[in-house]
Design a protein around this ligand. Sequence first.
Ligand code: FAD
Length: 483
Amino acid sequence: MMNMSNSLVWFRRDLRAFDHAALHRALTTSNCVYCVFVYDRDILDPLPRDDRRVRFIHASIASLDAELRRLGAYLIVRQGRPLDVIPALAAELEADAVLVGSDYEPDAVERDARMNARLEADGRKFFSLKDQVIFEKEEVLTLAKGPFSVFTPYKNAWLKRLAAMPETLASYPVDQYADAFAPPPGPPALPSLEELGFEPGEPPLPAGMEGAEELFERFVGHIADYGRARDFPSENCTSRLSTHLRFGTTSIRHLVRTAQQMVVTGAGGPGASVWLSELIWRDFYSMILARNPHVVTRSFKPAFDALAWESGEEADALFAAWCEGRTGYPLVDAAMAQLNQTGFMHNRLRMVTASFLTKDLGIDWRRGERYFALKLNDYELASNNGGWQWAASTGCDAQPWFRIFNPVSQSLRFDGQGEFIREWVPALERLGAKEIHAPWLVGDAVLAEKGVVLGRDYPLPVVEHDQARKKTLERFSVVKKAV
Ligand code: FAD
């Protein structure tokens, strides 16, 4: 790569100042490095004014600026459309190049192609570097050099490639090259949430690099038990790092390095390799999206586009009941309450609620996917789309369409004592472990004793599972021959 006098690092999904591909490249090839973050008004304007992700980003930007200042640098923060802001700033700073971490979402790919063209027209370079995944779209292929569409062989090939190329996990150091940073022109002048047009408020989880590290250290302390406990929402044993991975306040290489060492040394017990697998799922879905951008609006498997989902007023009312946690199925309602109130939902419950929407209510997965996109702190197009298409049986390596989760059995199995339900559905808090999973099967007298009247304090089930199941099997019969 050429040697540059000035360069500009544009932060997007990589809000940290360590192990950072674009920063490292800029610092090692330029005399003077500037850093910028752009609050993209096209993304911010449609969001609710109390959006939790904006609070998370806002707090993480403050933490990034503070860390850059510790290194003798600073963060330029702008608002607007990146396609206007970045070329103008690059001109103002006389930057020879703009460097970014690659983003594989179709809209981002298109924006970056336009950015590249615009910068090139001004005589500047645009460098996009792999940073948010271990292996990107073309890097893990089948023996026939094609893409994988099934996870387990992908994972085996991924692990094999990593064993052959351990340098993939090497860190991209920043601090030792800090001399190349442009020094701050004055004290921090970051916009407040109000100045950005949002209500003030705390982020939904500890933000910034230190927030990520705090969560990771806590998680590593009990990673050994992850394989057993990860399916039980009330045990709250997962890492909660998804939002940090989404915004790059932690480094995927740092997490994989640590997990892999724990696998090799045995220090992470059986849980470390299960957790490593989950991180590989993230790479898998990123690759699926990058290679199959049609999944954003259509089924991964085209035959499933023939499915006729429920529509009309009744479907709209059922969808509203699902969104608001009023389905009458306690585990589903508890999960939706967790999502609505915190912006997080446990993985098992994402599978249960997505299955319920598509298989019990017969509603198009795209509606549920959009609702999750609006609410999830960790919303990421690739994993969300992959998870929804898995649950709806329309995706790659998906749940077979004839295997339909029973929401009561899932509840008995994964929240046996009803602890999670009690935490999120206060109306049912006095019900015992035998009653709480299907309150409509409990006699009125027992319910009355516990202060619950169905239809008043808690809804009756909006559908009957066995009937819904039959309907779903019929619905999917149109694709029977195609799979
Ligand atoms: P941990 O169990 O600690 O896992 C560690 C990390 O591995 C996660 O942070 C995540 O980055 C990755 N990971 C774990 N499971 C998966 C998976 N199935 N697919 C891809 N990556 C995974 N994850 C998102 O990050 N954003 C989403 O928008 C999202 N939407 C989902 C929608 C549905 C319907 C389903 C079934 C799953 C979805 N997931 C999504 C995957 C998973 O539920 C979350 O990553 C996980 O619950 C986050 O909690 P954690 O960080 O404690 O995970």
